[in-house]
Design a binder for this molecule. Structure first.
Ligand code: COA
Length: 158
């Protein structure tokens, strides 16, 4: 049986921290689908179309990685795509509480889908999408922290 996992998130924008988790997880699964959660209640910097474009550019070399988006529940998407696992990254203890309740909600919806956690490597532990945005808006070079496709998108939106 093919081991398929979903890596869900807002990815607004995707960072090298996310990519680090993705690359390591891609060695453990046959296929990974990066899933952009299209949450209309959450103000997003980039549209789903822009986020798809940035992610596709960032994962070009990863053969077993696909990209998708949903307005619905992550576990429902997982079930529909034959995935039994979700992937999430943990940067610090502060992430734990949120992940704990997210996992409980997902388990309530479908207990057959399990979440696998990858710990951030130290160099990536401080990165978050909003930090990237603040740094860029303040004129700080973000290129060591994000894929090229993200820098390009920021430049295009200027
Ligand atoms: N490296 C860098 N940054 C990371 C990171 C990592 N390894 N892991 C998390 N982050 C950052 C993100 O950049 C983001 O930063 P920001 O707050 O500054 O923008 C923050 O951590 C949280 O992002 P993310 O991991 O994308 O979580 P999220 O809260 O945006 O996403 C979903 C949560 C989308 C997975 C979850 O809400 C979901 O599944 N939604 C769909 C609806 C659903 O099924 N809900 C389930 C319960 S009802």
């Amino acid at each position: 049986m093919k081991r398929i996992a979903i890596y869900p998130g807002s990815f607004d924008p995707i960072t090298n921290g996310h990519l680090d988790i993705l690359k390591r997880a891609s060695k453990a699964f046959d296929e990974i689908i990066i899933l952009i959660a299209d949450n209309s209640n959450k103000h997003s910097r980039f549209s789903v179309k822009e986020r798809l474009e940035m992610i596709k550019g960032a994962v070009e070399g990863l053969k077993n990685v696909k990209v998708g988006s949903t307005k619905g529940l992550t576990v429902k998407y997982a079930k529909e795509h034959g995935a039994n696992f979700l992937i999430r990254g943990l940067r610090a203890v502060s992430d734990f509480e949120y992940e704990f309740s997210l996992n409980a909600a997902n388990e309530y919806i479908d207990h057959e889908i399990d979440t696998v956690y990858f710990m951030s490597t130290t160099g990536h532990a401080f990165i978050s999408s909003s930090y990237i945005d603040s740094l860029y808006q303040s004129g700080v070079d973000i290129s060591p922290l994000v894929p090229k496709s993200v820098v390009k998108m920021y430049e295009q939106k200027k």
